[in-house]
Design a protein around this ligand. Sequence first.
Ligand SMILES: [Zn+2]
Length: 248
Amino acid sequence: MVVLTIRKRTAGLGLILLLTLMVLGITSYTAAKHPNMDNWKTERILIDKVQTDKKVVALTFDDGPHPQFTPALLDVLKKHNAQATFFVMGNKAEAHSYILKRTAAEGHEIGNHSYSHPNFNKLKKDAQLEEINKTTAIIQSITGQTPTFLRPPGGYLSYDLVEMTKKQNLTIAYWTYQQDSKDWRNGRKASVIAGHIIKNIGPGQVIILHDGCPNSMATVDAVDIILTNLKKEGYTFVTMTKLMKTGK
Ligand SMILES: [Zn+2]
């Protein structure tokens, strides 16, 4: 009787654990993967990494420009002679246009990350297009560059969005899944962020980081650690456009 009770209880706990894992698994799966994602990757409409044997990777920074973190990050990149891609928000680019100008002038690539970072799930197609086009126009007017990559806010994907981006000659810049260090989480330390990326490094990766979040000073420090260590391993750091040209 006692044994039976324990077994039942264990089975119950096991079931709860299994269900929890399933829910977590499903949540992260849908957030990370659209059912057609693999086809878009094959068609090179969406890039999350490139096939190469060369030790070349793309560092990408979202949600800036930020008046404090972005200049600090630019200093670190300059110190290591590394190039990166900045997925900027249109409204922040307007507010800190001098930082965006500096970013472009120092050889970094500017990508489109929408105007105000809304939840695209709740936005009609026209409003999504406006968010994208407005930001492209702002980047053009400040830097003279025409962005060729879009990183949709929150990694949002839909058939409509892909159709729109094709028409605008934009490629969707995703990121290498195992390299998501969640650097934006408050309290995540530079050593933890850097450790995650150094441990999982491989040729052709697109690494997602953030320069426009409250925790981004940790990201800046992490980039210094990442560059110091991975340059010793023979890695070079290039823009998204260059990375794509490196790929097979
Ligand atoms: Zn973002």
